[in-house]
Ligand binder design. Structure first.
Ligand SMILES: [Zn+2]
Ligand SMILES: [Zn+2]
Ligand SMILES: [Zn+2]
Length: 321
């Protein structure tokens, strides 16, 4: 029987439970893909899905892959943070600028905007008149790329990419493509998934609460009944000489096991039962009627959104803290 403390009991799935909880409350059900210089992350609302969460949610059928997006990446180091360099298609120089083609409306002269600049003022090279308001006196025809090395003008430059991680400069032809999976949440699997996650979620919460109040926690404790049958107690809380059993009833099987435990207890016990009323419906009763008996039972509804507060409340009441 191990006495696991917080540091040893690491539950990475609790983040997923929290996310599921948010989704259940009607938050956005689209998984957002965020690509930035540090990597690729997935968000549900403002919560990040860890690799582990994604894996688990996929296994549960809760996360479905809806396709891929491709991202150009470095052929050497694989990084996707790239600078895009314009290159002259004629001489291959990287010294490419943008030139704006404008017309002086009054005289009809057409030229590049830079030709109009003289001593910090705008003067038309055609008629020699000063331009007071470029917005009304000049008409922009468009812009072209212009090689500062050979003078070539072109509509679209060739492109090279510089990897900002390793410095490699490469062409589009040499680039690699990173295929990034896209996900959506399958809300029909939500209820089932919540029940699976709630056990991990609850264990994590109990460890945190117990730590706060100096309560020892044991998981999966064997308890021998009057009949000699050994029952599994999911969580046992201990403080001084006081022991409290924590039990979850999240499905019909839990309800059956709990009923047999109650009937087989050698002596009345203090218990906190996290109970989902739907789970005991098949037995034709509610959580509170199921719990009625000799033992002292505090029922905490298995509602993920208020679970931590309700659980802490119940633990404090039972231990009189
Ligand atoms: Zn690189
Ligand atoms: Zn050139
Ligand atoms: Zn002019």
């Amino acid at each position: 029987m191990s006495n696991k403390r917080n540091s040893e009991y690491n539950l990475p799935l609790s983040a997923t439970s929290a996310i599921l909880d948010k989704v259940g409350k009607g938050a956005t059900q689209t998984v957002i893909t965020a690509i930035d210089k540090t990597g690729i992350r997935y968000y549900v609302g403002d919560s990040v899905l860890t690799e582990e969460s994604i894996q688990k949610m996929k296994e549960l059928g809760l996360l479905v892959q809806i396709g891929f997006i491709g991202i150009l990446s470095c052929p050497s180091c694989g990084d996707h943070v790239l600078a895009v360099l314009p290159v002259c298609p004629r001489c291959n120089s990287n010294d490419v600028d943008i030139a704006e083609l404008v017309a002086h409306i009054k005289c009809g002269y057409i030229g590049f905007l830079r030709e109009f600049t003289r001593n910090g003022e705008l003067v038309c090279p055609g008629c020699g008149k000063k331009i007071e308001n470029s917005d009304t006196e000049l008409k922009v025809y468009g812009r072209v790329f212009m090689c500062q090395n050979c003078g070539a003008k072109f509509e679209t430059p060739s492109l090279k990419l510089r990897c900002l991680n390793c410095g490699l400069v490469f062409t589009l032809k040499e680039a690699k493509i990173k295929r990034v999976p896209q996900y959506a949440i399958e809300t029909s699997a939500l209820e089932k998934a919540k029940l699976i996650f709630v056990r991990d979620y609850v264990k994590n919460m109990i460890v945190n609460i117990a730590d706060k109040y100096g309560i020892d926690v044991e998981f999966d404790v064997d308890l021998k009944g009057m009949s000699g049958v050994v029952h599994k107690i999911p969580v046992l809380l201990k403080r001084g000489s006081k022991e409290v059993i924590v039990y979850y009833i999240l499905n019909e099987r839990d309800a059956t096991l709990f009923t047999s435990l109650l009937l087989d207890l050698p002596e009345p016990r203090e218990m906190i039962v996290i109970c989902d009323d739907n789970a005991v419906k098949e037995l034709g009763m509610s959580c509170s009627t199921l719990a009625a008996g000799k033992s002292t039972i505090t029922v905490v509804p298995a509602d993920l959104s208020n679970l931590e507060a309700n659980l802490e409340d119940a633990i404090r009441r039972v231990f009189k803290l």
